[in-house]
Design a protein around this ligand. Structure first.
Ligand SMILES: Nc1ncnc2c1ncn2[C@@H]1O[C@H](COP(=O)(O)OP(=O)(O)OP(=O)(O)O)[C@@H](O)[C@H]1O
Length: 283
């Protein structure tokens, strides 16, 4: 480990995960970049049955998020990749696609009708108004899709859903809907080495990419749980298994499920009453 980049964990006691109180105010306000107000103009809680148990997972570039997500999936967890949803909602035929073309013109289209992400990215680069406009189109659609997916998992009986959100701590409005936040951490040297190897980058390029992000140690301070992926993969995997067990046994989902079941029971009783009293012929 690099001397100038101390681990946020005491050397002798690397926690599997650690929690802050969920009610504790987040220090995010001072760190987060400008976030468009368009996020959650549709409230996710209005689309979900009560307060669903959401877990936001994030980390830094090459810190091991995808590897950790794979373990959660192998354990049978419900995972939603917000990046995939973001690409999905701008496909031809979706409302966001039409509105992007209306707002930015047909020059943002590829020959096959898909949005040319590079051209669109260039159009909004250093243009806060345009970026805001784009976000006001896409974010509510992403949110709707995310909540639809979450609701499907809920109906299938999952206790919690993991949302894989690379910019979770940068997008502070999304943060408040997460009951738990998880950061996949690794120390700076390890991150650099893995990034250089995976992306075949020079040290300089890899360092620049890491520097462009909110520092991992800041994300660690904001998270309820930290998975330290600085060491052997088997050690990380064990941490994931333990965190899953902790979340799985959490009873936070219970009031929600009970509430929904009570609601369903009420509707069924009402239908039964209507049927027996008004629709069926009296004997
Ligand atoms: N504990 C580990 N030991 C060795 N290599 C690892 C470990 N964890 C992850 N890696 C490797 O590090 C690289 C980065 O991991 P991964 O792709 O999971 O990170 P990520 O956070 O999803 O990255 P990004 O967000 O940049 O796509 C991969 O090549 C992966 O195989």
């Amino acid at each position: 480990m690099h001397a100038s980049m101390p681990s946020p964990f005491p050397a002798e006691a690397k926690p599997v995960s650690f929690r802050r109180s969920c009610g504790e105010p987040s220090p995010l306000g001072s760190l987060a970049p400008v976030t468009p107000d368009s996020w959650f103009s549709i409230s996710p809680t209005s689309l979900l049955p009560g307060k669903m148990f959401l877990v936001g997972l994030t980390g830094g570039i090459a810190s091991g998020k995808s590897s950790v997500i794979q373990v959660f999936q192998q354990l049978g967890c419900a995972v939603i990749d917000v990046d995939i949803i973001a690409r999905h909602v701008v496909q031809p035929g979706y409302p966001a696609h039409r509105r992007i073309v209306e707002a930015f013109g047909t020059e943002v289209l590829l020959e096959n009708g898909d949005i040319d992400r590079k051209v669109l990215g260039d159009l909004i680069f250093n243009q806060p108004d345009r970026r805001h406009l784009l976000n006001s189109i896409t974010h509510p659609e992403i949110c709707k899709e995310m909540m639809k997916e979450t609701f499907k998992y809920f109906l299938r009986g999952y206790r919690y859903v993991i949302l894989d959100i690379p910019l979770l701590f940068e997008t502070k409005k999304l943060l408040k809907y997460m009951k738990h936040t998880v950061v996949v951490y690794c120390d700076r040297d390890t991150q650099l080495t893995r990034l250089m190897r995976r992306n075949n980058l020079s040290r300089e390029d890899a360092e620049a990419r890491i520097k462009a992000q909110l520092p991992l140690k800041d994300k660690v301070r904001m998270a309820h749980h930290v998975l330290d992926n600085s060491g052997e993969w088997s050690v990380t995997k064990r941490q994931v298994v333990l965190l899953h067990a902790e979340l799985e046994h959490s009873l936070e989902y219970l009031p929600l499920r009970l509430g929904v079941l009570t609601g369903l029971a009420g509707i069924v009783s009402l239908l039964y009453l209507l049927l027996t009293h008004y629709l069926l012929p009296s004997p």
